[in-house]
Design a protein around this ligand. Structure first.
Ligand code: MLC
Ligand code: AMP
Length: 509
């Protein structure tokens, strides 16, 4: 039966001397060397007692070894569950418990804090430099491992996404979901073994892990593998690269630096943007500075990539292009009927890219994944006369800050418990660096609020990127006749909050 994902992404590279990863210090890892580590890790995972289908939760720094854990899970038939390194032990405890992970791999610096929330899961460590108990044990195993047979319908990964009720849902992704998308994207964007991707995204999300990495693996290309988006490092290494994928913040940060010019991108053939809206202004400014038109695409954790601007045709600013081959996309109204062409409605998608449902949440799955295979994205959009899809908003209450999703409800639940707070509303408003940033609107319970103490109080339960970048206090929240908080009004009234804050900071300097 084989193991389609492993057989197509990883196995062909066994014994190859071709470079897979180049690290910022110049160290290079060949495909063959990488596959040996993968084999050792797969042996260890099996030796640790994990059986096909078991979940392996991983909260570790971006490193070649972290990628090898992903590959080893695929080879051993396990379900890879990557977690944002910013998650607090409280948040992590939920993911490990909900998924009933058999193993948690974390950094040595976190192991004491995480053991207490790991429940039944065994705990091993793997650090940014490749050291840790997992690595030590793996070094004693063989690089040869008999790949576990899997079907295209078997799960390969479980990725948690937050929900509007505040409870995170595990999106179940099958081998077919990942493989079909990797194949289509590699072809659509013309990736080959000659490409060198400058990889500065995190690898615990769809974008950095599946879109960028799976394409490199499928085509045998190289990646310059940066631990994170570091502007100086990106500027230094751009001349060695042919392609880069990023969230819009990458591109606005590059444009804000005078060193970024045409000469630096002389070897680049493709810049891709996604995960959050790329402003048309950024698109235009980027082309003026570099001569390159950024190619924008649209995806989700649940669906992988759905649409893309064309490689050869017009890359239209402010749009996310057309549905990818094999993807059905419709725009529907509140009654689930398709809207007339050009009108706005909810985007729904169907195809081999669409996930298998939410882990152990049949009701949530039934609400969002229809029986006919269409997934309700919660994004609002329209399709123009030429077939280009434009995203105009979201029906879900979601903030996308620098490409990370923050569900307001989750933050409001914590703010409402803070001393002196009567109630709160959390909204996303334009931010010069992050595109959209989290703003907390508070109503006091009579007294005066200590805003910095309230922010400090969030550390225990919420990852740092979810914290409001600022708090503002109002006498009351605007409500409609039904008593529902009118976030639209708050968003309008506070739209220039961060611009004003920036102006004030500049005046003070
Ligand atoms: C970091 N911080 C953020 C943040 N990233 N705050 C809000 N939003 C973010 N995105 C906070 C940190 O907690 C820290 O807080 C401070 O900012 C500086 O941290 P840093 O690590 O130095 O941040 P920085 O390097 O500036 O990171 C910004 C960034 C990064 C934009 C480079 O967030 C990033 O790589 N984003 C990409 C996310 C991504 O890959 N999304 C894909 C999802 S998949 P303090 O207060 O402690 O200083 C998906 C599907 C699809 O959506 O279509 O792709
Ligand atoms: P996530 O849950 O992290 O996978 O985020 C998916 C969401 O990111 C989508 O539902 C969209 O709202 C948003 N998104 C992804 N790509 C784009 C894009 N190119 N433009 C606008 N929004 C996007």
């Amino acid at each position: 039966m084989g193991n389609p994902l492993f057989d197509q992404l990883f196995a062909p590279h066994r014994g190859s001397d071709a470079v897979f990863l180049t690290l910022p210090d110049g160290r290079q890892i060949t495909y063959g060397g990488f596959l040996e580590t993968v084999g050792r890790y797969a042996n260890l995972l099996t030796w640790l007692g994990l059986k096909p289908g078991d979940r392996v939760a991983v909260q570790i720094a971006k490193s070649p070894e972290a990628l090898a854990v992903y590959a080893a899970c695929v080879q051993a038939g396990l379900v890879f569950l990557p977690l944002n390194t910013a998650y607090t032990p409280d948040e992590l405890g939920y993911f490990v418990g909900d998924s009933e992970a058999g193993l948690l791999i974390c950094d040595d610096a976190e192991v004491d804090a995480l053991r207490s929330v790991a429940g039944e899961a065994a705990v091993e460590t793997l650090n940014a430099d490749g050291s840790g108990s997992f690595a030590v044990k793996a070094s004693e195993t063989s690089p040869d491992f008999a790949t576990v047979a899997r079907d295209e319908d078997d799960l390969a990964a479980l990725l948690y996404t937050s929900g509007t009720t505040g409870r995170s849902k595990g999106a179940m992704l099958s081998q077919r979901n990942l493989l079909s998308n990797a194949r289509i994207l590699a072809e659509h964007w013309r990736f080959t073994g000659d490409d060198v991707q400058l990889h500065a995204l995190p690898i615990f999300h769809t974008h950095g892990l599946f879109v960028a990495t799976n394409i490199a693996l499928l085509t045998g290309g190289q990646m310059i593998f940066l631990p994170k988006f570091d502007l100086d490092a990106v500027l230094r290494l751009l001349p060695q690269a042919t392609a880069m994928m990023g969230v819009p913040t990458f591109y606005t940060r590059l444009l804000s630096d005078d060193r970024f010019d045409r000469d630096l991108v002389r070897n680049m053939r493709l810049f891709i943007s996604g995960s959050a809206p790329l402003l048309a202004d950024t698109h235009v400014a980027f082309e003026e500075r570099t001569g390159h038109r950024i190619l924008e695409r649209y995806g989700m954790t649940e669906t992988n990539m759905n649409t893309s601007n064309p490689y050869d045709g017009e890359r239209r600013a402010g749009t996310v292009g057309m549905p990818l081959p094999g993807v059905d996309l419709q725009i529907i109204d509140d009654h689930s009927d398709p809207v007339p062409q050009g009108e706005i409605g909810q985007i729904i998608v169907r195809g081999p890219n669409v996930f298998q449902g939410y882990w152990r949440m049949p009701e949530k799955t039934a609400e969002e994944l229809r029986e006919d295979g269409f997934f309700l994205t919660g994004d609002l959009g329209c399709v123009d006369a030429d077939g280009y899809v434009q995203i105009v908003g979201r029906s879900k209450d979601l903030i996308i800050s620098g490409g990370y999703n923050v569900y307001p409800k989750e933050v409001e639940l914590v703010l409402d418990q803070a001393p002196g707070v009567l109630e709160s509303a959390v909204i996303g408003v334009p931010h010069p660096d992050l595109g959209e940033a989290v703003l907390g609107v508070l109503v006091a319970d009579g007294g005066v609020l200590d805003e910095s103490a309230i922010l400090d109080g969030l550390h225990q339960s919420l990852a740092r990127f979810k914290h409001p970048k600022a708090l503002t206090v109002l006498p009351e929240l605007p409500r409609n006749a039904m008593g529902k908080v009118q976030k639209n009004i708050l968003r309008q009234e506070l739209a220039d909050f961060f611009e004003r804050e920036r102006g004030q900071r500049r005046r003070e300097e």
